[in-house]
Ligand binder design. Structure first.
Ligand code: GTP
Ligand code: MG
Length: 386
């Protein structure tokens, strides 16, 4: 049975509304190298499809990795460094080594201290029960350091051929540590964009063989490309993290959360009893004796509204459906209405990470911040890495 070269799903010719459909005549004409109807629609008409949110099915699929000697390339979105660590990853991949690749560094503001961010990600990785062998920061879209990742995979696979390897290892031609390399990560972190870039750089494939898109779960099944003679580089579907705003919002809303270009941090000096509304998603209330400096690192398209805390309810009614979006629809709004209030005492520079949005850098020696957000969303307030 052939598979769609754009998303990996099994091709079928009987159910036009089902996944993997292609008319029989097209299959006969084009042979094995075909795109399914869904990929065609996404690639040529940017049509939206509803993602399959089944987390259990995702984990079941990924469990094949634990029975193999494989390298796991865990791809993380640079704006989602806490949410990017898949919760049950270790139960899927077993003891296999993990190469962490942080993608989309092109969206970081100019002059951003990337080394400090990298150190923080190493700390987060340590708290997870995975065997991290290296960490790299790339932009798959801009081809930045993709070649270095390819070289790293090769060094990890054939330690004996690495120049700095001990002499006794260098003599053993084919000492390999693992077979295939699986690219895993949450939805839309850029796994398929990375695959396409690797295909272009090393296999001389044309641009964009695999379908990529801002909508979640574009890739539906494993896609295997030759890594070398006897192993494969494997693209996998993305997990829709239940702690992430993206799991509850429509494609239109998600588009607003994903930065299209590099972030221009927005900085405010806030007085006590002032609030900031991040679209219609999060409310931040500030209580402080002196002004607090707050910088937002999130999509430039996401609207921030500053107001007095006592005015928040009035503002919400007055601006609803105009500026306080996302969410755009009643259904989305209802999905994120189990509100919970987190209280954070700020006595040194701190960063507030909100899964699916980005992070907020807060500078104060004495402030109390209330974060009001749906309880499903992961919120972390930690000592600043900047
Ligand atoms: N700014 C920026 N955007 C990127 C980068 N890599 C990927 N993207 C964008 O992120 C979106 C998702 O990319 P995909 O490659 O489809 O992501 P994926 O991880 O394969 O997603 P699923 O298949 O849904 O799990 C697309 O709009 C890409 O253009 C990058 O390095 N920088
Ligand atoms: Mg993909």
């Amino acid at each position: 049975m052939s598979r769609c070269i754009g998303c990996g799903i099994k091709i079928q010719t009987t159910d036009p509304s089902g996944m993997g459909y292609i008319p029989e005549i097209a299959l006969i004409e084009k042979g094995d190298q075909v795109y399914c109807k869904r990929c065609y629609d996404i690639r040529h008409h940017n049509i939206k499809y509803f993602a399959n949110y089944n987390t259990n099915a995702y984990y079941e699929k990924m469990k094949v990795i634990q029975h193999q000697r494989a390298l796991v390339l865990l791809m993380i979105d640079v704006l989602d460094i806490y949410g990017g660590f898949i919760p049950q990853l270790s139960s899927c991949i077993g003891e296999n080594p993990v190469l962490i690749v942080v993608n989309k560094i092109d969206i970081l503001p100019k002059g951003f201290q990337i080394q400090k961010l990298e150190n923080r990600i190493r700390e987060i990785a340590q708290a997870h029960a995975i065997h991290v062998v290296a960490l790299m920061m790339i932009s798959a879209k801009k081809a930045k350091d993709v070649q270095k990742v390819i070289e790293k995979i090769s060094k990890l696979k054939y330690p004996s051929q690495h120049k700095k390897a001990p002499r006794y290892l260098r003599n053993q031609e084919k000492t390999t540590r693992f077979g295939d390399c699986y690219i895993v990560g949450c939805a839309s972190v850029g796994k398929s964009t990375f695959m396409n870039m690797v295909g272009k750089l090393t296999l001389h494939y044309p641009d964009e063989v695999i379908t990529t898109n801002r909508q979640y779960q574009t890739t539906l099944d494993f896609i295997k490309w030759p890594l070398n003679q006897n192993s494969y580089l494997i693209d996998t579907p993305g997990l829709i993290n239940e702690n992430h705003f993206g799991a509850y919002l429509s494609n239109e809303s998600i588009q607003m959360l994903i930065p299209k270009t590099y972030i221009k941090p927005r900085t405010y000096q806030l007085r006590t009893e002032q609030s900031i509304l991040i679209g219609g998603l999060v409310q931040l209330d500030f209580e402080c004796e002196e002004k607090v400096n707050v910088s937002f690192y999130l999509s430039n398209e996401l609207y921030l509204h500053r107001t007095k805390t006592k005015e928040v309810e009035r503002v919400k009614t007055a601006l609803a459906y105009q500026k306080l979006v996302p969410p755009w629809t009643k259904e989305e709004n209802e999905a994120i209405q189990e509100l919970m209030t987190y209280h954070f005492l700020i006595e040194q520079p701190m960063d507030l990470f909100i899964c699916g949005i980005g992070f907020v850098h807060i500078v104060s020696e004495c402030a109390h911040i209330k974060v009001i957000v749906d309880k499903k969303i992961l919120v972390q307030c930690v000592e600043s890495f900047m």
